[in-house]
Design a protein around this ligand. Structure first.
Ligand SMILES: Cc1cc2nc3c(=O)[nH]c(=O)nc-3n(C[C@H](O)[C@H](O)[C@H](O)COP(=O)(O)O)c2cc1C
Length: 315
């Protein structure tokens, strides 16, 4: 069984990957998407999204990281894939799921799911452009407006030579609204020969069990669930192996958040200070009522000294 941390633009940066992978239970991570238009991106862009490139594509605790690209034209995506490999990438992932308007206007992400032949051309171009030793995978939703082409898109990815396919079991129109339609993942798994990673709405070990039963998959990607419950991967593994498990308590979660605050703070201007932890607290509220109280306390706070003091009382 494999458990991956989902890519989340503006949320799961390299520091979050570092903190969550250090907790254990994860087999891999994916960077936020790097948008490709017509230009060849400078190496520094890849390094900014994936500082792990300088550490053999591993988080500090040794979890592999894939570099994700998003673009609508085979040639520029393939050339940038080569550039990512030159910068040190060992595994690439191609994004065909992003619902953001700005992204779809610039012709990338989920809108490509309306044209499976284009999905196929992009994956094939990247596969051909990089050495065999570099793995190329893709991530799709079930469709753009509807699910009519979900199998075509899955086949488009597998026939283009990808080694793995992640399926976020919703269409672009579904956004992030529950439920996730895991039953479609089961049909994809039966129709294609490459490993399928099931994704969407796994918030607890019980959700995981249901998703596993419905999809028949052995690979899973956890997004918002891992932010709401940072030890979710560990808890899932304990459930699978039948071990007793004590969930992470709030003081430990608060320490993790504090570490993130200290790591991220130097990188943001004062007016955005604390925004990243406020964002994480929004996810944590789902599992920890204390997170809601802490959020209320600091929501308008930007002063480093006052935020530091708030952490002392929050734990
Ligand atoms: C804020 C946010 C940013 C996301 N950014 C990306 C991204 O950069 N690349 C990608 O493939 N998916 C992205 N996703 C989708 C997630 O990887 C995942 O497919 C989705 O959240 C469903 O999984 P979950 O229910 O476990 O959260 C994003 C999702 C959210 C909520």
């Amino acid at each position: 069984m494999q458990l991956y941390l989902a890519p989340m633009e503006g949320v799961v940066d390299h520091q979050v990957r570092d903190l969550l992978s250090a907790l254990g239970g994860l087999d891999g991570c994916v960077t936020e998407f790097i948008r490709v238009t017509d230009n060849l991106l400078p190496r520094r862009v890849f390094r900014r999204y994936a500082p792990e490139l300088d550490n053999q594509c591993l988080t500090p605790s040794g979890t592999p990281v894939k570099v994700q690209l998003l673009g609508g034209q085979p040639e520029p995506v393939a050339l940038n894939a080569q550039r990512a490999v030159q910068a040190g990438a060992l595994a690439l992932d191609l994004n065909f799921g992003c619902p953001a308007k700005t992204v779809n206007k610039s012709d990338g992400g989920a809108c490509l799911l309306r044209q499976p032949e284009r999905v196929n051309a992009i994956v094939a171009a990247v596969r051909a452009a990089v050495p065999e030793s570099i793995s190329v995978s893709a991530k799709i939703r079930l469709g753009f407006e509807d699910t009519s082409r979900y199998l075509d898109n899955a086949l488009a990815v597998s026939e283009a030579g990808a080694s793995e396919l992640t399926v976020h079991a919703r269409t672009k129109s579904d956004g992030y609204k529950p439920p996730a339609y895991w039953e479609y993942i089961a049909s994809i798994r039966e129709a294609v020969s490459i490993p399928i990673v099931a994704n969407g709405e796994i918030w607890s070990p019980a959700d995981f069990e249901r998703c596993r039963a419905v999809t028949g998959c052995e690979r899973f990607m956890l997004g918002r669930g891992l932010l709401a419950r940072p030890d979710l991967a560990r808890a899932i593994r304990a459930q699978v192996s039948g071990e007793d498990y004590t969930p992470m308590a709030w003081p430990e979660v608060c320490q993790l958040l504090h570490r993130y605050y200290r790591m991220s703070q130097p990188h943001y201007p004062t007016k955005h200070n604390g925004n990243r932890i406020k964002q994480w607290l929004m996810y944590l509220q789902r599992e920890y009522p204390q997170a809601a109280t802490f959020f209320e306390q600091i929501k308008r706070e930007r002063e480093p000294a006052r935020l530091e003091a708030a952490f002392k009382t929050a734990a």
